[in-house]
Every structure is written in C-alpha cells, then in structure tokens.
Design a protein around this ligand. Structure first.
Ligand SMILES: [Zn+2]
Ligand SMILES: [Zn+2]
Ligand SMILES: [Zn+2]
Length: 261
C-alpha cells in the first residue's frame, strides 16, 4: 500500500510569522515561509496517525484535509508538540473508539499531567474530552502496518525520535535535536527519507543549526532529506538554493507519496 507523509507544520515553537515581528521572512509573501508548529501525518491504506499534536493542530488538520487519525505518537512534551492534543477527540468520534497515544514514559507522564482530565473511560455527558490509551514505548512497536522504532535523541530533555518502516521504506523523523548518539545514527543509516531539525544558521543550545544538520545528514546518508522546525532566520527559497540535491527545506502542506509499500 502507498505511504503518504503530510507535513502539518514545519516551524519552531513560536511559529512563523512570529507575533509582532515584521522581518522579511515573517512578512514574506512566499507561503512556504508561513510555518505552523511541527507535526507529521502518516497514512497508509490501513492506518493513519500523527506524530505530535501542536497548538495549531485543529487548524492544520482542517487546512490539509486530514479526516483520519487512528493513533498519536509523541516525541516529547514541549508545549509546541502537545498543546493541541485536546482536539484529538473529534477523531475519537470519527473513528468510533479510544485512540492510543505512544511515547516514552517521561513524555507521557508530562502529557497526562497537563491533560489530567483525559482518560479512556467515556463520560455520560458525551465526547467533550478525548478517549485515550497511553502506551509507553521503549522497543519497536506496530501501528497498523507501520513499524516504529523509538530513538534516543539529545534535546536538553527527554526526546524520542522515530524510524518508521513500511514495506520496503524506512523513514526517519527527528524534529527537535541537539545531537544523537551513534546508536541512533546507526538505526537511521540509509533511510529513504530523513526529516531532521535545522532550526537556524547560528548555533543554539538545544537544537542543531543548518550546518550541524547537514553534517549529521551526511552521516545518515538518506536518499532524500527534509529540514524542519525552522525559525524566522530561514527564508525557504534562499536556504533551498544552497542545499545539496538530496536535501530540501520542508514546508507546511508538503506531501510525500511513496508509491509501493
Ligand atoms: Zn519543538
Ligand atoms: Zn520575523
Ligand atoms: Zn522541543
């Protein structure tokens, strides 16, 4: 079955345009410079899920015509990755049941603390709160016909990246990253598509910058790579023009279809 990846958001935590900023990227007419907070929708004929539910989640799924989410996978509990989680309840209704949410123990602990009213028991008053089974993952696990391998990533707090295997395809997804252990690089080596943090041109204490991202990508050696979690220092067309042929700047609404799963 085909595998479809939809980039629901590609921006850093404040989103682009930033509130109150009139720089050339925030004021740009290029729609690829408008960046909602980072999230990815993954769909096969059998299953559909999202990685992270940012504050923009509701508008993202409306804008990009997403009508199916069977599961949520979390990378980490920074606000820009979890604060749209309440809107998952529409997918409880559409799916007609409880939705599993996967992540590492620390991340799920934080999500459950923030959304303390969310559980897996229906309320007599209807679906005004999501129905979720929280499932801690440390080993590879299956979501429909996609196998996900959790990956250790450095980001100043617990952060889990994922490798997704579907049929012949391997996809790496690491939206927030300040470095990765050799074991993670090894698990990502040679993936078909690598989606990786590249916040800005200058170094940052908890993210890799463009140059560091390119260095990491040369070690990973993906067939195609997409830079994500970008801030307003990065103009889409300007950065794209400087990249090696296999590396691209992602943008909101970008869809990748891998034909034969
Ligand atoms: Zn982030
Ligand atoms: Zn700006
Ligand atoms: Zn983060």
């Amino acid at each position: 079955m085909p595998l479809e990846l939809t980039f629901l958001g590609t921006g850093t935590s404040v989103g682009i345009p930033m509130i109150g900023c009139h720089c050339r990227v925030c004021a740009s007419n290029d729609p690829r410079n408008t960046r909602r907070r980072t999230s990815l929708h993954v769909s096969t004929g059998e299953v559909a899920f999202v990685i992270d539910t940012p504050p923009d989640f509701r508008q993202q799924v409306l804008d990009f015509g997403i009508e199916r989410v069977d599961a949520v996978v979390f990378t980490h509990a920074h606000a820009d990755h979890i604060f749209g989680f309440d809107d998952i309840r529409r997918f409880n209704t559409l799916k007609g049941g409880v939705i599993p949410a996967y992540g590492d123990a620390e991340t799920l602990g934080d999500v459950q603390r923030v959304f303390s009213y969310i559980g897996n028991k229906p309320s007599p008053h209807g679906l005004y709160r999501p129905l979720v089974d929280f499932i801690e993952v440390t080993e590879p696990f299956q979501v429909g016909d996609v196998r996900l391998t959790p990956l250790d990533v450095q980001h100043g707090r617990k952060m889990t990246g994922y490798r997704m295997d579907h049929g012949p395809y391997r996809i790496g997804y690491v939206p927030d990253c300040h470095g990765m252990p050799a074991s993670t690089v090894k698990r990502l080596a040679g993936v078909d598509v690598m989606i990786l943090d590249a916040l800005r041109y200058r170094p940052h204490p908890s993210h890799i910058c463009v140059q560091e991202s390119l260095e990491l990508l040369s070690k990973i050696g993906a067939k195609a790579s997409y830079l994500i979690h970008l801030c307003h220092d990065v103009d889409h067309a300007e950065l794209e023009a400087t990249l090696p042929p296999s590396v691209h700047v992602s943008y909101d609404g970008l869809r990748l279809r891998l034909p034969q799963g």
